[in-house]
Ligand binder design. Structure first.
Ligand SMILES: [Ca+2]
Ligand SMILES: [Ca+2]
Length: 190
C-alpha cells in the first residue's frame, strides 16, 4: 500500500513536470522575443566631444566653431540650438565647466530614431533624405522584430547612399555625424 502511494506521488510529479514543460514550450513559441541592444546615447548638449566630461577639450571645439552660423541643430557647438555659435553657447559651457557624468544607456532603436530626426531636420537633398529615413525606419522595425542582421543591412545601405552622394550634396559635418552614429550602432549590434 505504502509503495503504491509512493508510486502515485512520483507519477503525479512526473505528470506535473511534463505539463510544465509543455506550457513553457507553447508559451515561448507564441511569445514575441525582443532583445534590446544598448548604446551610450544621451550626452549633454554642452559636452561637445561626447566623452562624459565638460573640460578644456569642449572649450577648444567651441573656440574653433565660434562665430559660425547655420540651421539650428546643424553643429554640436551650437549648444542652445539657435543657429549661431556665440556668447550664449560660451556661457552655457562655462556654467557647466568641470562637470562629469555617465552618459545614459539608450536602445539602438532610440538612437536610430534620434538620428532619423536629425536627418529630417538637416540640410540634405530631398531624395537622399527620403531614402535614408526609409531605411532607418526599416532598421527600427527589424530590431523590434529581433532581427539585428537585417537592421545592420539597412544601416549599411544608409551609409552607402551617403557615401555615393556626400561629396556633392551633403555638408561634411552632417555627413560625418551620420557616419559616426551609424558606425557606433553597427559596433553594438551582433
Ligand atoms: Ca567633453
Ligand atoms: Ca547657439
Amino acid at each position: 500500500m505504502k509503495k503504491q502511494k509512493r508510486m502515485f506521488i512520483v507519477s503525479m510529479l512526473v505528470a506535473s513536470c511534463i505539463l510544465l514543460v509543455c506550457t513553457a514550450t507553447t508559451g515561448s513559441a507564441k511569445k514575441k522575443v525582443i532583445t534590446y541592444y544598448y548604446i551610450d546615447g544621451a550626452y549633454r548638449d554642452y559636452d561637445l566631444n561626447m566623452d562624459g566630461e565638460v573640460d578644456g577639450l569642449d572649450v577648444s571645439i567651441l573656440v574653433y566653431a565660434y562665430g559660425s552660423t547655420g540651421e539650428p541643430g546643424w553643429i554640436r557647438a551650437d549648444i542652445n540650438k539657435d543657429g549661431d555659435v556665440n556668447y550664449l553657447d560660451v556661457s552655457s559651457l562655462v556654467y557647466h565647466y568641470g562637470e562629469s557624468y555617465t552618459p545614459e544607456k539608450i536602445t539602438v532603436q532610440t538612437a536610430i530614431t534620434t538620428l532619423r530626426n536629425y536627418i529630417n531636420s538637416a540640410n540634405i537633398p530631398r531624395n537622399l533624405k527620403t531614402q535614408m529615413v526609409q531605411k532607418l525606419t526599416q532598421a527600427i522595425t527589424a530590431l523590434d522584430n529581433n532581427n539585428p542582421a537585417s537592421a545592420k543591412t539597412k544601416l549599411n545601405q544608409v551609409l552607402d547612399s551617403l557615401q555615393k552622394n556626400k561629396a556633392v550634396a551633403v555638408d561634411s559635418i552632417v555627413a560625418e555625424k551620420i557616419i559616426n552614429d551609424i558606425q557606433v550602432m553597427l559596433a553594438v549590434l551582433p
